[in-house]
Ligand binder design. Structure first.
Ligand SMILES: Cc1cc2nc3c(=O)[nH]c(=O)nc-3n(C[C@H](O)[C@H](O)[C@H](O)COP(=O)(O)O)c2cc1C
Length: 337
């Protein structure tokens, strides 16, 4: 796949990167039901990739960061999200992502996590626009190296960001990114300061679209924040004029999201079966990750039906996928009134 962004039909609906949620295991389940128009990996530290592979020489099959870059063919187009404030690290990691066969690189410029910001990455990039541009250019150099070595076309570099740091600064910040001529720009419609605590400012999207029309007409604008399902996402596109919507938390407990089904549409039997499948896939694909991380799915899948709390309590005690499967089988065998 070359620059898949150019051939993507509007409107489109894409899966948000969510660390420890949309990992390889959950994405396999999502893609087995309906592949989103574009899928993102969780974010991965470019510096971490360099240090673990080049300095510590950890073999790829034992490297947890390389595990974060696992994907399956069914997920295409699949974009790897990276973060770094160091151009040389971004160049290295973007080249690696291209070598791994991803369809694109996305750069995180919106994460509010303190440990990420301390490295000058994520949302902190909004405060250092020159650095942001350098990092984008470095990623382009990285993918170009791989393209030159293999006689292929460089994979595209996109960005995901917010509308400002302490206050909304669309008119200052968004043009900086647009002038780099990105194929796609995702805007989470909140400032860094707002975290996820206020309703996303979809009313500001028309201004972002107008800037795009003026500065970089070929850049696809993806809106993000609070879209609950496909119908809601379509409404947001109709009202705001963006090209696509990125859905994040709506996928919690609902891998059927991209079929158009809402959480309430899916019978509990189907949810339990999917949860058992996910548990096995988590164990197979994320063997070094604590099973604890899988458990955040239990609350999302097992809720809103009679007996959900009791079943959830038992599932939370399980220590592996076999126990999850057995608990679900026992529950299903119970006589129903
Ligand atoms: C648990 C969790 C992990 C997240 N991890 C990432 C990440 O790795 N990279 C990123 O760009 N955004 C990350 N986000 C932000 C989401 O991609 C998205 O911007 C945000 O949840 C708003 O969209 P929504 O209202 O559709 O969920 C994360 C959000 C959550 C809830």
């Amino acid at each position: 796949m070359m620059d898949f962004w150019a051939s993507l039909k509007k409107p489109f609906f894409v899966l948000a990167p969510m660390a420890d949620v949309t990992d390889a295991a959950f994405r396999v389940l999502i893609a087995s039901i309906k592949t989103p128009d574009v899928t993102w990996t969780e974010f991965v530290s470019a510096d971490g990739l360099y240090h673990t592979r080049e300095m510590k020489k950890i073999p790829d099959d034992e490297n947890p960061l390389m595990r974060d870059l696992q994907y399956s063919e069914a997920e295409r187009p699949i974009v790897a999200q990276l973060f770094s404030s160091k151009p040389e690290m971004m160049e290295y990691a973007a080249e690696l992502v291209a070598k791994l066969g991803f369809d694109g690189v996305d750069i995180n410029m919106g994460c509010p996590d303190k440990s990420i910001e301390r490295q000058g990455c994520g949302a902190a990039m909004i405060k250092t626009p020159d650095k942001a541009v350098e990092v984008i250019e470095a990623a382009r150099r990285g993918v170009a190296k791989h393209a030159a070595a293999t006689g292929t076309v460089p994979i595209p570099i996109s960005v995901k960001t917010r509308i400002g740091y302490n206050k909304e600064s669309i008119d200052e910040w968004i043009p900086v990114l647009l002038r780099t001529n990105l194929p796609a720009l995702t805007v989470h419609l909140r400032t860094r300061k707002e975290m996820s605590k206020v309703v996303a400012h979809w009313e500001l999207m028309p201004r972002i679209v107008a800037l795009r029309d003026e500065i970089a007409p070929n850049t696809k604008i993806i809106g993000n924040g609070d879209a609950t399902d496909l119908a809601d996402a379509q409404k947001k596109i109709d009202e705001s004029g963006c090209d696509g919507v990125m859905l994040g938390r709506g996928i919690f407990g609902n891998p059927w999201l991209f079929t158009g089904r809402t959480n309430a549409d899916v019978p509990i039997e189907e949810k339990l079966e999917a949860l058992a499948t996910l548990a096995h896939s988590f164990q197979a694909l994320r063997p070094a990750k604590s099973f604890h991380i899988f458990k955040k799915h239990i609350k999302a899948f097992v809720s809103n039906f009679d007996g959900a709390a009791d079943l959830r309590a038992i599932l939370m005690e399980c220590e592996d996928a076999g126990q999850i499967e057995e608990t679900i089988a026992n529950y299903r065998a119970l006589p129903r009134a």
